[in-house]
Design a protein around this ligand. Structure first.
Ligand SMILES: [Zn+2]
Length: 328
């Protein structure tokens, strides 16, 4: 992952071009200044200096004291750099602050980098993920819809979310979350999202059952992926309506839990879905038949119930990527 990104149009950024407005501009100052600042910025990012360029780095990159002074003058004139002070070993030192303009340079800050690493660390920590998956099952704690752990792309992809962003997770602050909610929440500057209560009867699909079993936690599967023969028999009339409901987008309906969470092919025991109705917030699920909302087999496709019988059961372990995100 790069720690410093240069804007696609950086070469013609107003700050860069303003070098030509200097009274004593010569035919090399624009490129020289841009290249010098670029090297300084790279050094700053590499050492997690957060847009700070030390005098030593600036001099080293300039090549000579003469050019150093000329380049500092030009860089300040253009707006690349401003003077600042830093504390080194308790001592105040002069330094330069690189302009924060993503169209020119975007630097990953030290805290951002640490947070990225912490997120990855938490995701790989079974001391967190096992109790969280055991507690939440496969339901997103924001929208209530069932996630798909083998999907890494669509809005229904299974993920985890820190309810206290920026801080190392605990079991209490870590929840199962669909990718759609995860993405939308991250883009919400107000962070007003609240989690649903943990389900009283979590939904455990085959993947979570296996995941937990690998960590010596044995749970009973509460659903499997839709089996063709089951759908064809149970309350067929309901299948058709569901073909229209899909596509509505998981992200849109907090009420969705009722329909979507049952979907993941809850062929085995729809009763478990309904069991959540006991004040969990997920309990709004409608007691629709197990096959309802299927027709998708994780594909996001609906209204294809007639084709399902042709699909071999093993497909449940390899769900196709939803064709329409909205459905799942
Ligand atoms: Zn969600």
């Amino acid at each position: 992952m790069p720690w410093l990104k240069e804007g696609d149009a950086a070469a013609n950024h107003p700050i860069v071009l303003s070098a030509l407005e200097m009274e004593d501009a010569d035919d090399r100052i624009l490129n020289e200044c841009f290249g010098w600042v670029n090297r300084c910025a790279t050094q700053s990012a590499a050492y997690e200096k957060d847009y700070i360029i030390t005098i030593g780095t600036a001099r080293q990159m300039a090549g000579s004291i003469t050019r150093y002074h000329a380049l500092v003058k030009a860089a300040k004139f253009c707006g690349y750099l401003t003077d600042t002070e830093i504390i080194v070993d308790g001592e105040v030192r002069q330094a330069f602050k690189l302009v924060e303009d993503n169209d020119l340079f975007h630097m990953i800050l030290k805290d951002e980098r640490a947070w990225t690493n912490q997120r990855k660390k938490d995701q790989r920590n079974p001391e967190l993920t096992v109790p969280v998956r055991h507690r939440d099952g496969d339901a997103c704690r924001y929208c209530g819809k069932t996630v798909n752990w083998s999907d890494r792309v669509s809005g229904r992809a299974g993920s985890y979310d820190h309810t206290n962003p920026g801080r190392k997770a605990t079991v209490e602050t870590y929840v199962v979350c669909c990718k759609a909610c995860n993405g939308q929440r991250a883009d919400d500057p107000d962070s007003t999202w609240e989690t649903l209560p943990a389900p009283t009867e979590p939904l455990y699909g085959p993947q979570t059952v296996e995941f937990l079993a690998n960590h010596d936690v044995i749970v009973t599967p509460t659903y499997t992926r839709p089996e063709p023969q089951v759908k064809a028999e149970d309350t067929p009339p309901v299948e058709q309506p569901t073909s229209a409901a899909p596509g509505k987008g998981e992200a849109t309906a907090p009420t969705g839990p009722s329909s979507d969470s049952a979907d993941p092919g809850a062929t085995a025991s729809p009763a478990h879905d309904l069991g959540r109705s006991s004040g969990t917030g997920l309990g709004h699920r409608s007691p629709r038949p197990s096959h309802v909302g299927t027709g998708r087999d994780g594909t996001g496709q609906v209204g294809k119930g007639a084709q399902l019988p042709t699909q071999p059961p093993k497909n449940k372990s390899k769900r196709r990527r939803p064709r329409s995100r909205g459905r799942n």
